[in-house]
Design a protein around this ligand. Structure first.
Ligand code: C2E
Ligand code: MG
Ligand code: MG
Ligand code: MG
Length: 281
């Protein structure tokens, strides 16, 4: 904040800025501690095929249970982890845990599900990311097509050449790749194919406004059309009402994800949820 003092421009931080920086510093220290002390865990949210409402996979989402702060959500701590360069390590841990869980579900005969893992810029931009993924799959004996990696446009665009290289290698491995929060970035269409992405996730901000907002309906329709033209599947996230689910299904959206079906849940809760869900269906 620039404050005019006489004729000099003095740059000073407001107390709010100071508090925010102090918060981040504190959060960073606690997060490093959390990674070593088992305070992190994954929760899983089902993805549902629109046509028959069958469960096709689960997205893994990170949670931090802090003794000092209680449950901390990823939107609060992932930006801090990124700023501190902790994401390669943290993301590696997520990948490992999600693959272990997916393998456990496979062994338990729970179903033919994939697990979807969110990947941050720092991970995809590393030269050895695909190798790390291959190694993780091998360690858990998990078939590559049971893993899906979710990337946002901003993660890919940070360094296009490096991202393209990683995506090419991942695609060769047989891992599924999806574009998360689709529609919120600049969405240069020419990139879509090059990145070997086979699935688009319509961002929940559009889904929330369906059916009230005509332009959100138009955007969802357009994403479905683009996706299908490019032989990709399209999923809507943030589906909370039966009406949204119906409209999106009618639009041709292939899959649905949201609180309507389930909130993200702990791994131990999945088997029971599935049994109940399948009875109701
Ligand atoms: P995302 O990948 O777009 O995940 C979807 C978010 O929407 C999740 O929030 C999920 O809980 C929430 N959501 C799903 N259905 C509904 C719904 O019907 N209504 C509402 N209001 N929300 C719904 P969450 O778990 O807080 O995660 C937020 C973001 O944090 C994620 O957005 C993702 O970008 C990031 N994130 C989470 N886990 C990881 C991770 O392991 N690694 C990385 N790099 N990012 C992660
Ligand atoms: Mg995601
Ligand atoms: Mg998303
Ligand atoms: Mg998001």
């Amino acid at each position: 904040r620039a404050k005019q003092l006489g004729r000099d421009l003095v740059c000073e931080y407001s107390t709010d800025d100071m508090r925010r920086m102090e918060d981040r510093r504190m959060l960073g220290i606690r997060l490093r501690h959390a990674m070593q002390h088992d305070e992190l865990h994954l929760v899983y949210q089902p993805e549902i095929r629109s046509s028959d409402r069958a469960v096709i996979g689960f997205e893994a989402l990170l949670r931090w249970n802090s003794p000092e702060m209680g449950l901390v959500m990823p939107e609060r701590f992932i930006p801090v982890a990124e700023a501190l360069g902790l994401m390669p390590e943290l993301g590696g841990w997520v990948l490992d845990r999600a693959c272990a869980q997916s393998r456990a579900w496979m062994d338990a005969g729970l179903g033919d599900f994939f697990v979807a893992v969110n990947v941050s810029a720092q991970q995809i931009q590393r030269g050895n990311f695909a190798e790390q993924v291959a190694d993780t799959l091998r360690r858990h004996g998990l078939p590559a097509d049971r893993l899906e990696l979710e990337l946002t446009e901003s993660a890919l665009l940070e360094n296009v050449d490096r991202a393209l290289h990683s995506m090419q290698q991942l695609s060769t491995l047989g891992v599924h790749l999806s574009f998360d929060d689709f529609g919120t970035g600049y969405s240069s269409l020419s990139y879509l194919r090059q990145f070997h992405v086979d699935k688009l996730k319509i961002d929940k901000s559009f889904v929330f406004d369906i059916p009230r907002d005509a332009s959100s309906i138009a955007i969802a329709n357009t994403v479905v059309a683009i996706g299908h033209q490019l032989r990709m599947t399209v999923i809507a996230e943030g589906v909370e009402t039966a009406e949204q689910a119906q409209l999106l299904t009618d639009m041709g959206c292939d899959a649905l994800q949201g609180y309507l079906f389930s909130r993200p849940m702990k791994a131990q809760a999945v088997a029971e949820w599935l049994a109940d869900y399948q009875i109701e269906a």
